[in-house]
Design a protein around this ligand. Structure first.
Ligand code: NDP
Length: 335
């Protein structure tokens, strides 16, 4: 049973050496007296929030040095002593980064009912990032047809979906990303109206003014820092900023200040943070909306897949240098 162990708390950018791959022989049986499930891991998800868990925090959410890391993933039930699960069930939820796991309290695992789509989708478009994009856009941004929408980190797991949901709503949508390949995807695959590579722009304010001569109604915030400051200068009256994340700040010892917050007052802007777990109870409603988009080809979805647990740490830290093109998935086993 291969496992990924957290070496020690991280400062600055995480490195592959912050993780240790180990292998141990195990009995593929639930321990005696267990009330849980024995799982075979199929896919693991690399998500930016995992960086927060690498900090030494007093909150119980930090990874413990010397223990396994965990995150969202998809698994198959090999054995169950829990009345809610049976052998052969497919589930998604929080999993330890190992090939086989015992989960003693599986109540938070979500059973996968629809298997006509790739199972890896439950780490992304049909899982936590999909829920983030869907409710973050529809609930927090209050979108209307014709709104001017800007999405940063626009080709990633969440961004690619927000951009397409905004297009389906009839909005004008601009996305930014950090490489030529990603810019091509935004234009040619996800249907963004206008795009720019933020790494090639000297002046982000000027880039936004070029793309939004009339200003921005909705900003879906994924990166923070200088980008947020430039966006604040370009928001229209009564604009909405959905604060999904601020990945540019996660590896800094101290976050950069934001200078233009007074624009919130001047322009009557609503800026609101949210978290995917706020919406997990609406999973059925979410699937009802998202599955037809996938089945009818109304939404495209791009994954970046590496294979094997040993490839996991590099894929995870790659999120912070933009190595991933689309949703970063680690495929552990396909059956
Ligand atoms: P992505 O798939 O978008 O991967 C991360 C991307 O962020 C990288 O590929 C890179 O793309 C970009 N990036 C990395 N560092 C920087 C930087 N310094 N400045 C600007 N861009 C950077 O990740 P997700 O879609 O999973 O997550 C996107 C955001 O949404 C994150 O902030 C994350 O924390 C947040 N999130 C929030 C959730 C919630 O519940 N609120 C749930 C899920 C995600 P590029 O090449 O374009 O730079």
């Amino acid at each position: 049973n291969k496992q990924v162990i957290f070496r020690d708390y991280v400062r600055g950018f995480p490195k592959e050496s912050d993780f240790i791959i180990t292998s141990a022989t195990i009995r593929l049986k639930l321990p005696q007296g267990s009330n849980g499930v024995l799982l075979k891991t199929l896919y693991l998800s690399c998500d930016p929030y995992m960086r927060w868990f690498m900090e030494c925090q007093s909150a119980q959410n930090s990874y413990s040095p010397g223990s396994l890391i965990y995150g969202f993933g998809v698994a198959k039930v090999l054995e169950s002593a829990h009345s809610g699960f049976s052998e052969g069930d497919l589930v998604w939820g929080t999993l330890k980064w190992e090939e086989y796991s015992v989960v003693e309290e599986p109540v938070k695992l979500i059973k996968i009912q629809h298997t006509d789509v790739p199972l890896s989708y439950y780490t992304g478009i049909l899982g936590m990032p999909g829920i983030t994009a869907y409710f973050g856009f529809h609930d927090i941004c209050s979108p209307k047809k014709g709104d001017y929408v800007y999405v940063s980190a626009a080709s990633g797991a969440v961004g690619q979906l927000v951009g397409q949901l905004a297009k389906l709503m009839g909005c004008y949508v601009v996305g930014s990303a950090g490489s030529k390949e990603k810019i091509e995807l935004l234009k040619n695959k996800f249907g963004y109206d206008e795009v720019f590579n933020y790494k090639e722009e000297q002046d982000l304010d000027a880039a936004l003014k070029r793309c939004f001569p009339e200003g921005i109604d909705i900003y879906f915030e994924n990166v923070g820092g200088k980008m947020l400051d430039a966006v604040l200068l370009n928001m229209r009256p009564h604009g909405r900023i959905a604060v999904c994340g601020m990945i540019s700040q996660y590896n800094l010892d101290q976050s950069e200040g934001v200078h233009n917050l007074l624009r919130l007052v001047v322009q009557r802007i609503r800026m609101e943070g949210f978290g995917a777990p706020d919406y997990f109870h609406l999973n059925a409603k979410f699937l009802e909306a998202m599955l037809p988009y996938i089945r009818e080809g109304k939404i495209s979805y791009v994954e970046d897949t590496v294979h094997g647990l040993e490839s996991g740490p590099a894929a995870l830290i790659g999120l912070f240098s933009g190595r991933n093109v689309g949703k970063q998935v680690v495929a552990i086993s396909t059956e």
